[in-house]
Design a protein around this ligand. Structure first.
Ligand code: ZN
Length: 220
């Protein structure tokens, strides 16, 4: 019923599954590309250019998957140079990544069909589509749909080698929140309830839920 192509890397990226190149996995180029306009708005193009240069990042052309280690390096560097803003900036880049996917990778008819379904059915269909194309979000990591509202990524390459008390994967949160808000229900929110960077955690876990109504009431 729903076979949207969520792949970001264009034709050259399609069909790969956690591909490995020169000892490192690949991930969708939007893990870097969609961060660039966000950084421009935050600090200006000159500042953004400096951040990329310091992190040793060449801007990808968007036509192919990119080494996941490069995306991880940029996200890590951003946490170092803008610790107060990095989470919000990564989340905004995730929203922009979802908007790119919605504009170019999910056919309008499929979107129209999903929006006409009850949220539980739309979530089920969308989760299946995300699972089929998970390598664009998760690279060489192991992506798992626990339920249509809960995803896990083991060995998440964007946080490889990181240790943190708090959750780090705000880019993923932004991607999932925006896809669900657009195609499932406008009040969906994604939280990372456990991050693979936290001591003892086996994976990153993302939970989607619909926001409680104002005044503390909850939907049936
Ligand atoms: Zn995480």
């Amino acid at each position: 019923m729903f076979d949207a192509n969520l792949s970001e890397g264009g034709a050259s990226g399609g069909g790969r599954s956690g591909a490995v190149l020169s000892g490192g996995g690949l991930i969708g180029p939007n893990a870097i590309l969609q961060l660039l306009p966000v950084l421009d708005r935050f600090g200006g193009p000159v500042w953004r250019g400096g951040v990329l240069a310091e992190a040793g990042i060449a801007v990808p052309d968007g036509n192919a998957m990119i080494p996941e280690a490069e995306a991880a390096r940029l996200h890590r560097h951003l946490r170092m140079v803008a610790p107060e803003a990095a989470a919000q900036l990564a989340r905004e880049a995730g929203v922009e990544t979802a908007n790119y996917i919605l504009a170019y990778r999910i056919p309008p008819l499929a979107q129209w069909l999903l929006k006409g379904l009850p949220p539980w059915a739309a979530a089920r269909a969308l989760a299946r589509a995300i699972e089929r194309h998970a390598w664009t979000f998760a690279g060489s990591g192991a992506f798992r749909v626990v339920t249509p509202w809960v995803f896990e990524i083991a060995r998440n390459p964007l946080i490889a080698g990181e240790e943190s008390e708090g959750c780090l994967c705000h880019w993923h949160r932004g991607v999932f929140t925006q896809l669900y808000r657009t195609l499932v229900a406008a009040d969906c929110m994604c939280e990372e309830t456990q991050c693979g960077a936290q001591p003892g955690a086996a994976c990153c876990r993302f939970e989607l839920r619909r926001a409680p109504l104002a005044g503390g009431a909850r939907r049936p």
